[in-house]
Design a protein around this ligand. Sequence first.
Ligand SMILES: *Cc1c(COP(=O)(O)O)cnc(C)c1O
Length: 372
Amino acid sequence: MKEKIWLSSPHLSGEEQKYVKEAFDTNWVAPLGPNVNGFEKEICDYTGAKSCSVLSSGTAAIHLALIILGIKEGDEVLCSTFTFSATVNPIRYEKAIPIFIDSEKDTWNMCPELLEKAILDRIANGTKPKAIVIVHLYGMPSKMNELMAVSRKYNIPIIEDAAEAIGSTFDGKAMGTFGEIGVYSFNGNKIITTSGGGAMVSNEEEYCKKATFLATQARDQAPHYQHSHIGYNYRMSNICAGIGRGQMEVLNERVTARRRNFEFYKKKLEGIKEISFVNEPEGFYSNRWLTAILTDSYDTREKIRISLENEQIESRPLWKPMHMQPIFLTYPAYLNDVSENLFERGLCLPSGSNLTSNDLERVVRAISNSLK
Ligand SMILES: *Cc1c(COP(=O)(O)O)cnc(C)c1O
């Protein structure tokens, strides 16, 4: 039996145990402590964000971001359709209405023109959307100049779902630091992991302070337990934060390794006429969390995917757009076919920073053979 090659598995540095041991030795086994504070500071230093709150997941961070921006029942929230469901679910936790926006072809992220068209249409219908949730998919930055211009023109704040994009930049500035609030994920499959976890960053220090407050059950200042807000148990533990600190030490190496995977696949596969890749536009720097290929048809995509599966190699079709998901079918969507087409023809290849050159060769060989 061949050894399984995973899509994206955790890749520890060894340094994590130093921080975790320290937490045990000092009995800081709680959702607060020196690692929590240290991890927050290191995320700020790395991204250039003014403030950070580390949380139990990226999903929790998106949820709190919506609450902090005042999203309430019945409010409309514009949201990328081409994403993972965790971008959208928190909109529904607050009983707000997701309005799905399709992608453009250069980055696969939210199309700025379609976003503006949707805003004008919603306003004409009598409701002005309250927030925009954009996603930097597979680590590729969105078209920030254009999206920020629309956000400013209509005065609608942007939440950046940068769950897949820590380490990516646009014009040298970290993804997650353009909008009002940015979100990172440290789930096991992401570019760095805390086993499970997330973070909110913002240049508005009040936002992250409020996130920490809401994430620790919204306790008012008082000797007894006093509450004037609904609270959540969303804080990251000092143990997980220790893992995160060890991972921060190697984040740049992980980005380099993932980008090397992309370059390897591109070099070996771009000669195959059925396969193409998306390049970074000028000024865009992707962490290449996952390398995705685009094939010429659904049939080719499936042929490759099934051949890889038979070779014990995990691959996955691109995200199924949210407007096509049974649970979200009834919400308004502004579409241009881009995401549906990507879903039909795209495939994510094994992309872990811990893949060996043998692993990568095995993937390339299986793909080449499948199309012979
Ligand atoms: C992983 C991911 C999330 C959710 O992060 P968790 O930490 O798993 O809750 C949200 N959005 C996108 C685009 C993701 O890839």
